[in-house]
Structures are given as structure tokens and as C-alpha cells.
Design a protein around this ligand. Structure first.
Ligand code: GLP
Length: 264
């Protein structure tokens, strides 16, 4: 696992955007096959998406041959609701880049047959060639996508019930009222995320510090699902100083030494 630490969220977000653009460009140089990417929502990736939009407009990267799958969506929230992840993704990314509409995949939280929807999503990922890259954030309890504590580390796309903590944290998007946050979501599983060739997790701010430290230094556990990244051969955490603040001083020094030695 690599840990990239930047002074603040802005610098970390730019680093992540440039890394992703380079991955897309590098693949395009060697093959016509699409670049298949998993994408996340939340406040965390917004600056990274903004920089990717700038790069697309500047001709520095193109999403024409990118296929994306979003990691999750609320169950029962109309797609047109301003806080649906459909709305979020169009507002912060898709409406401003050149990714073809047919390449965009987001779970249908209103599907009549949720199980069939989730199974079809897993199949569509395989049919697209599998993930080259997965971009994720984390919840304050370390959840990745909506894989709440006690999600199997072998989980795949399914309907999940949100914890009260998550509904309270996300209430800020629903008039501050946790009861307005949908009780369930559809989410890719931990194993779906880990199936990607490379996984990048963004984490900013002190509220993520405890979960991040236990994911990095603690045991791999279903209690903190992002800790499963320990079992991935190519995981990268991109964070700011506040989010890395709870790791041991010697761990921090080591991460910085690796960054310097490998020119990251
Ligand atoms: C939700 C999403 C996660 C996201 C998390 C953190 O729970 N399902 O994918 O990582 O929020 O959100 P934020 O980036 O706003 O802190």
C-alpha cells in the first residue's frame, strides 16, 4: 500500500487528478481497449473531478474511451433528486466531460428487481473488461462505497442497509434530518472494488483520521471495510495532513520517506 500525503485537500486532489489522467493516457497509448474506472461520490472527490474537467477542456485527457461505473446509489430516491448520486455525478463530472452517455453506469436505486439490477451490474463490469482503476472515498467509520461495518470483505454488488451513523453524517445533504436520508442503498461490494487492477482512496480532514489510521495500521477487518485495501497488490491512499494525523509518527515518517525515494 502506498500513502501519498499532501499539505491539504486541494494539493491532494490535484495529485489524484493528474495520476488518473496519466493512467487513462498511458492505456490509450498502447491499446484501443477502453479504460474502465470505478467512481465515487461525496465531497471528497469534487476537486479531483474539477481538475479532470479542466484537463479535458484543455485537451490534456479525454474520456471518449472511458467506461465508468459508479460505486453506489441510494435506494428509492428519484434519480432527479438533487442528492441522488445520479444528480451528483452529472453536476460534478459527466455534464462537463466528453465521456459518451452510453459509457456511464450508475446503479438504478429504483429498480423493480434490485437483486437482478445488482447482478446485472456485476456482469456489465465483467463484460466491459473489468476495472483498470477504482477511485473511492471513505466514510468516517471507514466504509468504502456503502460497505458499512460488518460487510463481508468478499461482498459484491447488493442492497445494503445504512448505519444510523452514516445517515446522521449524510443528513447534511438532506436538510440536516437523518430520517430523510434513505435507509438503504445499492453498493458495489468490497470484492468488487478490490477486483480493480489499482485502487485509489481519497481521505481528507480530521474526521477521517481514526478510520484511516486503523485501516493502515490495524488488522484487516470487516469493521473498517477500507482496511481490505491491505490485501490489494496496488492500493494507493491519497490524503492530507489532517487525515493521516492519527498514524504513528514512525509510520508517517516511513510514508514520507517512500514518497521522497520514489519521487511520488
Ligand atoms: C458516502 C458514500 C461514500 C463516500 C462517503 C464519504 O457514504 N457512499 O462513497 O466515500 O460518503 O463522503 P465525503 O466524501 O462527503 O466525506
Amino acid at each position: 500500500m502506498k500513502i501519498i500525503i499532501r499539505n491539504n485537500a486541494k494539493e491532494a486532489s490535484l495529485w489524484a487528478a493528474h495520476y488518473i489522467a496519466k493512467k487513462i493516457n498511458d492505456k490509450a497509448k498502447i491499446t484501443d481497449k477502453p479504460f474502465v474506472i470505478g467512481l465515487c461520490t461525496g465531497s471528497t472527490p469534487i476537486e479531483t473531478y474539477a481538475e479532470l474537467i479542466r484537463m479535458v477542456k484543455a485537451g490534456e485527457v479525454s474520456f471518449k474511451n472511458v467506461i465508468s461505473f459508479n460505486m453506489d446509489e441510494y435506494v428509492g430516491l428519484p434519480e432527479s433528486h438533487p442528492e441522488s448520486y445520479h444528480s451528483f455525478m452529472h453536476k460534478y463530472l459527466f455534464d462537463h466531460i466528453d465521456e459518451p452517455a452510453e459509457n456511464i453506469h450508475i446503479l438504478n436505486g429504483n429498480a423493480k428487481d434490485p437483486e437482478a439490477e445488482c447482478a446485472a451490474y456485476e456482469k456489465a463490469i465483467v463484460d466491459a473488461g473489468g476495472f483498470d482503476f477504482f477511485l473511492g472515498g471513505i466514510g468516517e467509520d471507514g466504509h468504502i462505497a456503502f460497505n458499512e461495518p460488518f460487510s463481508s470483505l468478499q461482498s459484491r454488488t447488493r442492497v445494503v442497509t445504512l448505519t444510523q451513523d452514516t445517515r446522521e453524517v449524510n443528513a447534511r445533504f438532506f436538510d440536516g434530518d437523518p430520517s430523510k436520508v434513505p435507509a438503504q442503498a445499492m453498493s458495489v461490494g468490497v470484492a468488487t472494488v478490490l477486483s480493480a487492477k489499482q485502487v485509489m482512496i481519497l481521505a481528507y480532514g480530521p474526521k477521517k483520521a481514526r478510520a484511516l489510521a486503523s485501516a493502515i495500521e490495524g488488522p484487516m477487518s470487516h469493521y473498517n471495510t477500507v482496511s481490505a485495501l491491505q490485501n490489494h497488490p496496488d492500493g494507493i491512499i491519497v490524503c492530507d495532513e489532517a487525515a493521516i494525523g492519527e498514524v504513528k509518527v514512525n509510520s508517517y515518517r516511513y510514508f514520507k520517506a517512500v514518497e521522497a525515494a520514489e519521487n511520488l
